[in-house]
Design a protein around this ligand. Structure first.
Ligand code: KIV
Length: 282
């Protein structure tokens, strides 16, 4: 019998029990090698549709397809054994009807092996969240700045600064919680609203640009690693500057190749002492 040396992935009920307790540590992951590195350090990895911008170079999350999410989701699940894995439902796969949402979520769960799906939206998505959760699909909600609505919202500005928006985002969070979501991403809202939401909902809030009041935090991994040097949103803490490291490595490699310093003897398969006999044809 083997001895269990690593903690199991967190379950939905364990995540719910972290409400008001130890902070939930979450990051995004899109590929197997990065997911493998992050896995032991975090509670939860989100295969976010931010991969549209981070991996594929689109300027919004809207062009992502279900097939893309499934390909990246299954790579992340295969590469990990500790973190709970949540996969984003892409734009257009769930908004039209609860039935559409169920079909998309069931396909994502069956083909990736993830724990749960995440979808964006508030009161208008509550019926869908209830439909999914009653049929065995754990749902993480996402309110506040919801990037799939960028055209409707008119950009990526932080939200909830006036009374009307504050009350709307609060109502959104309460509706999604009431509908059965097990956790709630709160993105791009001021500290007062994040605190009130966290106090009023019974499930863990996971903040991104939503202050330390939330029950957990998530960042886009490439942002916190500094792979994108061009722009760092106010809410991102950059822990490394890997973008500069990657560029420096490529520069050194190019220089080595041009000056014939690479490959060196240690990178070369030595020729046999005696050259094999070759026929005239070879
Ligand atoms: O797609 C994503 O990466 C997200 C996080 C920013 C929460 O939704």
């Amino acid at each position: 019998m083997s001895v269990q040396t690593r903690p199991q992935r967190l379950s939905v009920s364990q995540i719910k029990r972290r409400k008001g307790g130890d902070k939930l540590v979450c990051l995004t992951a899109y590929t197997a090698p990065v997911a493998r590195l992050l896995d032991p350090e975090v509670d939860l990895l989100l295969v976010g549709d931010s991969l549209a911008m981070v991996v594929y170079g689109f300027d919004s999350t809207l062009p992502v397809t279900l097939d893309m999410m499934i390909a990246h989701g299954s790579a992340v699940v295969r590469a990990t054994s500790h973190a709970a894995i949540v996969v984003d439902l892409p734009f257009g796969s769930y908004q039209a009807s609860p039935e559409d949402a169920f079909r998309a979520a069931a396909q994502v769960m069956a083909e990736t092996g993830c724990l749960a799906v995440k979808l964006e939206g508030g009161e208008e998505m509550a019926e869908t969240v209830a439909f999914l959760t009653r049929r065995g699909v754990p749902v993480m909600g996402h309110v506040g700045l919801t990037p799939q609505s960028v055209n409707e919202l008119g950009g990526y500005r932080s939200r909830g600064h006036d009374d009307k928006e504050w009350r709307k985002i609060l109502a959104d969070g309460l509706a999604i919680t009431e509908a059965g979501a097990f956790s709630l991403v709160v993105e791009g809202v001021n500290e007062g609203l994040a605190r009130e939401l966290t106090e009023r909902v019974a499930i863990p809030t996971i903040g991104i640009g939503a202050s330390a009041s939330c029950d957990g935090q998530i960042l886009v991994t490439d942002d916190m690693l500094g792979v994108f040097a061009e722009f760092t949103p106010k809410f991102v803490k950059r822990y490394r500057t890997l973008g500069a490291e990657i560029a420096a490595a490529a520069r050194e490699y190019a220089d080595d190749v041009r000056r014939e310093r690479f490959p060196a003897a240690e990178h070369t398969y030595a020729a046999p002492r005696r050259r094999p006999k070759t026929t005239a044809a070879t």
